[in-house]
Design a protein around this ligand. Structure first.
Ligand code: DX5
Ligand code: ZN
Length: 228
């Protein structure tokens, strides 16, 4: 059975001087989730925003806040990201030696738990935490920056994660270089959540966001065989 098709715009590509408005605009434009990229300048070579900024965005949308932590260590900050209003908290498998503990901690906070895999990280790291997973986020670029080119090897990884999580209620999300062109192969491979930063925010205005989200959604639907 297909899990629902979800488009998760990454506000990393938005105008940070108008974050609240940008969140409202992508919400109205048809976003299913709001993807929040947290970067620490240590785990990844860029710094974005932290829990206080997420808290400030929270009143601007009722959609699921999908927090992608690119930080190490992550455990000391999970509580703050939960309190800030995250619905899903995703940590990187590479961020520390205690992935199992981090997932337990996220669930103990009452949030959905995700694991993200860098392009070089094998799917096997998920094998012994599969019971603690609500989501797997497959990076299709090296994390740290928006606007990079999609790495096609991610497609094979989606298939492997699909097999590993078969029969379980786990969302498979792909992040990095997702566009109306690249989304088809990703959707056909079995991913159901599509993160897009530059491909959604290009055009810089609500009408463009709506058209951009629709283009990605239509291509994904077609690949899933959902269009008449
Ligand atoms: C990259 C982030 C992505 C990024 C995607 O480290 O995790 O979510 O915003 O940006 P695009 O869609 O522009 O590749
Ligand atoms: Zn992300």
């Amino acid at each position: 059975m297909l899990r629902p098709l979800l488009i998760a715009p990454s506000v990393l590509a938005s105008d940070f001087s108008r974050l609240g408005e940008e969140v409202r605009d992508v919400d109205q434009a048809g976003a299913d989730w709001i993807h929040l990229d947290v970067m620490d300048g240590h785990f990844v070579p860029n710094i974005s925003f932290g829990p206080d900024v997420i808290k400030a965005m929270r009143p601007h949308s009722k959609k699921v806040f999908d927090t992608h932590l690119m930080i190490a260590p992550c455990d000391p900050y999970l509580d703050a990201f939960a309190k800030a209003g995250s619905d899903i908290i995703t940590v990187h498998a590479e961020a520390g030696p205690h992935l199992h503990r981090s997932l337990q901690a996220i669930r103990a906070l009452g949030k959905k738990a995700g694991v993200s895999l860098n392009p070089a990280t094998p799917v096997g790291v998920l094998e012994h935490v599969v019971d603690l997973l609500d989501l797997v986020l497959i990076m299709s670029v090296n994390p740290g920056f928006g606007g990079q080119a999609f790495i096609p090897a991610a497609i094979e990884k989606v298939r492997a994660v699909k097999m590993l999580t078969a029969g379980r209620p786990v969302d498979i999300e792909v992040d990095g270089g997702v566009t109306a062109d690249t989304v088809s192969a990703i959707a056909a491979a079995g991913a159901n959540v599509f993160v897009a930063g530059s491909a959604v925010f290009k055009g810089g205005a609500p009408a463009a966001y709506k058209a951009n989200i629709s283009a990605i959604r239509d291509a994904a639907m077609l690949a899933r065989g959902e269009m008449a």
